[in-house]
Write a new protein. Sequence first.
Length: 291
Amino acid sequence: METVRAPATSANLGSGFDVFGVALDRPADIIRVKRADETTIEVTGVGSQYIPEDPHSNVVGAVAEALNAPAQIQIDKGVRPSSGLGSSAASAAAAAVALNGLYDRGLSRTELIPIAAEGEAIVSGEAHVDNVAPALLGGFTIARDNTVTTVNADIPLVACLPEIAVSTRDARRVVPDSITMEEAVHTVGSAATLTVGMCQNNPTLVGSGMDEHVVTPARAELVTGYDTVREAALTAGATGVTVSGAGPAILAVCHTQKRRAVAAAMIDAFETVGVEARAYQTCVSAGATLF
Ligand code: HSE
């Protein structure tokens, strides 16, 4: 029997579409696996009613198949599906680590990335490593082609999750096909600024480096109240705000002493547009952990 906790993650961080990701210290999924002749899956926890238990339709079933590791698998969801907080990646990463341990496969965390990403493709239609990489490795991750670079960072964050759902498939349809040279130059400048901020544990640089004018505005349209919540977070002291992954969660960066106020301001702002929300006061954290 193996038990693994894998964290929520936030991908893109504005300027790093399909490249940047961070592990969050909360929320998280917990997975328990036991050897069995064939894979069975039981799902409990947040949003479990929306998650198929058929191993052929579940990210975790795909991971078990890829590792040739049939098991009785219990998933306790802490990361809500369709949240923009890497829900399927958390389950896929947890399963990859747990089954790798259960069957002594001996694969490294880096070797587990493509296996967990294939599982995630079942849900999103495409394999993206920008959520599974931080869920497995922790920290701030940069996924470029087939290579992932990791930086351990200590940055306070607020992830505010409204009671609306946005599917990754829908959020990818609204992404523009092309960008201008001016936009590309701005995005590269932001991404570089953000990366330096992560290396220096500097929330001001990280927040400023999230600024991006192509993908984020298109996706913000899918999140009721985005502009109102963004303004409220900035007024409360956030150094930067963006859509978390495919949304609808909104991610704010701030200094530690402002985190509580930023979280409260974001919840209140969602309330003014008639949307219930909860906020996780969190930070960049470790990846999947074996108990
Ligand atoms: N980078 C992806 C997106 C993350 O934003 O669409 C979802 O897996």
